[in-house]
Structure formats: structure tokens, C-alpha cells
Design a protein around this ligand. Structure first.
Ligand SMILES: *[C@@H]1O[C@H](CO)[C@@H](O)[C@H](O)[C@H]1NC(C)=O
Ligand SMILES: [Cu+2]
Length: 232
């Protein structure tokens, strides 16, 4: 009897977990990338717009993007959504290339035609992060119709945001559901691997989001339990 009731509790737990995972899949949730590397502290928040209308993107730079540091003649820092998460030891090179599910490639993005830009080319579509004396950038936001919260190739879930200094990757952080810790990207060791211009790495969306995988697994597990319950 005891055994049976604890089994039923397990079934209920598995089922409710499954429901939660499924609802996360259906209604997009706010995602954030926290960056804290090489003296650069920044946050990018992606809030879903209604009817799969893209995202409101809020950008906040708390330190590090100084005029003294900026190398590019434009005085700005490029930033993009890259396909893969940050590698161990804050390795920004592990993030691969830009999120580009429509295979636009490295062609220069015309902000007047954002539909023809790479999904992940945020600075191409919306302008670079402009260096300041203090390195702080007043928070600003914009809407981007071409950001996706679902779809294996196009979703921003499980990806990363990378900030560049004249092409060189200087800081990066993972994109996670809001309220979830960003794990790997926040350890403050300055010995991160940077370097290398990524301008033309040809990549596209690949790799399922972890959330989808977990949801699928939870469904399978719950389904098995229900099957077993029916047989009781
Ligand atoms: C900035 O990048 C361009 C293009 O890669 C390069 O030619 C130039 O030397 C770089 N400038 C500095 C100061 O590193
Ligand atoms: Cu980039």
C-alpha cells in the first residue's frame, strides 16, 4: 500500500513536470544573457512580442565598453547571437558563428532591410554598442521582428551573445530562460580565449534547444508511468 501510493505520487510528479515543460514550449518566455568577462558587464534581455512577432531586446552595459578600449574606427562594438553556448573557461570561440537559420551568410547587413540580415546580427540590424568614456551604456531597447523563441534552427534558446572589438571576440554569455542562472559564462577569470575575427564563419542554426529535449524526455517518462498506472 505504501509502495503503491508513493508510486502514484511519482507519477503525479512526473506528469506535472511534463505539463510544465510542454507549456514552456508553447508559450515563449523571456530569455536573458548575462555577460561578465574581461571587465565587461552587460545584460541582454529578450522578451517575446505577441503572435510570434519577434522580441523586444533590452541592452544594458554596466562596464567595460570604453572609448579607450575600442579599436574599430567606428568607435563601436559589434554584438551578435552566436549559434552555440560559451565553452569551458569562458571560451567565446566555442560559440561558433552567427545565428543564421536562413543562410544569409556574411553579407553586410543593411539595417533598412533587416529581413535580409542574419537573425543573430543584432549590431548589423540595430547599430553597434557605442563606446563611452566610462564604459557604461545607458540601457536602451528595440524591437526585432526576426528573433525566434522556438524552432530548432531559429530559436535563440541555448545560444549565446558575443561582443566584439573590431571583430575580436572580447566577451560572451549564454542565453538562458529569465530567472535561470547562466552557469558557465560568469566565472570572472580573465584568462578567457578571445581573438580571431568571426565575420564570415558560415554557420546556421543547428542543435536542438535543451528545453525541447527535456520536454520530450519528460513526456516519454510521464507516458510510461501513465501506461503503468493504467495497468495497476
Ligand atoms: C580592425 O579590423 C580591421 C579588419 O579586420 C583591420 O584591418 C584593422 O587593422 C583593425 N584595426 C585595429 C586597430 O586592430
Ligand atoms: Cu559575433
Amino acid at each position: 500500500m505504501l509502495l503503491k501510493s508513493s508510486f502514484i505520487l511519482t507519477v503525479i510528479a512526473a506528469a506535472s513536470y511534463s505539463c510544465q515543460a510542454q507549456s514552456e514550449l508553447k508559450s515563449p518566455q523571456i530569455m536573458t544573457a548575462d555577460i561578465n568577462m574581461n571587465g565587461i558587464v552587460a545584460n541582454f534581455m529578450f522578451s517575446p512580442l505577441p503572435n510570434n512577432g519577434g522580441a523586444k531586446v533590452k541592452v544594458e552595459v554596466k562596464s567595460g565598453l570604453t572609448k579607450k578600449f575600442a579599436v574599430s574606427p567606428t568607435g563601436g562594438f559589434e554584438y551578435h547571437i552566436h549559434v552555440k553556448p560559451v565553452g569551458p573557461g569562458n571560451d567565446c570561440m566555442a560559440t561558433g558563428g552567427h545565428l543564421d537559420p536562413t543562410n544569409v551568410g556574411a553579407a553586410k547587413c543593411n539595417p533598412a532591410k533587416p529581413e535580409q540580415c542574419q537573425e543573430g546580427d543584432l549590431s548589423g540590424k540595430h547599430g553597434e554598442l557605442k563606446a563611452t568614456e566610462t564604459g557604461v551604456i545607458t540601457p536602451f531597447s528595440y524591437n526585432d521582428k526576426y528573433i525566434h523563441f522556438s524552432g530548432e534552427a531559429a530559436t535563440i534558446a541555448g545560444r549565446s551573445v558575443v561582443i566584439h572589438n573590431n571583430g575580436t571576440r572580447v566577451a560572451c554569455g549564454n542565453i538562458n530562460p529569465y530567472g535561470q542562472s547562466s552557469a558557465s559564462a560568469s566565472s570572472p577569470d580573465g584568462a578567457s580565449k578571445t581573438g580571431s575575427n568571426d565575420g564570415d564563419v558560415k554557420t546556421q542554426g543547428s542543435g536542438a534547444s535543451g528545453g525541447q529535449l527535456v520536454a520530450t524526455m519528460a513526456t516519454v517518462v510521464a507516458g510510461t508511468f501513465f501506461g503503468a498506472l493504467m495497468a495497476l
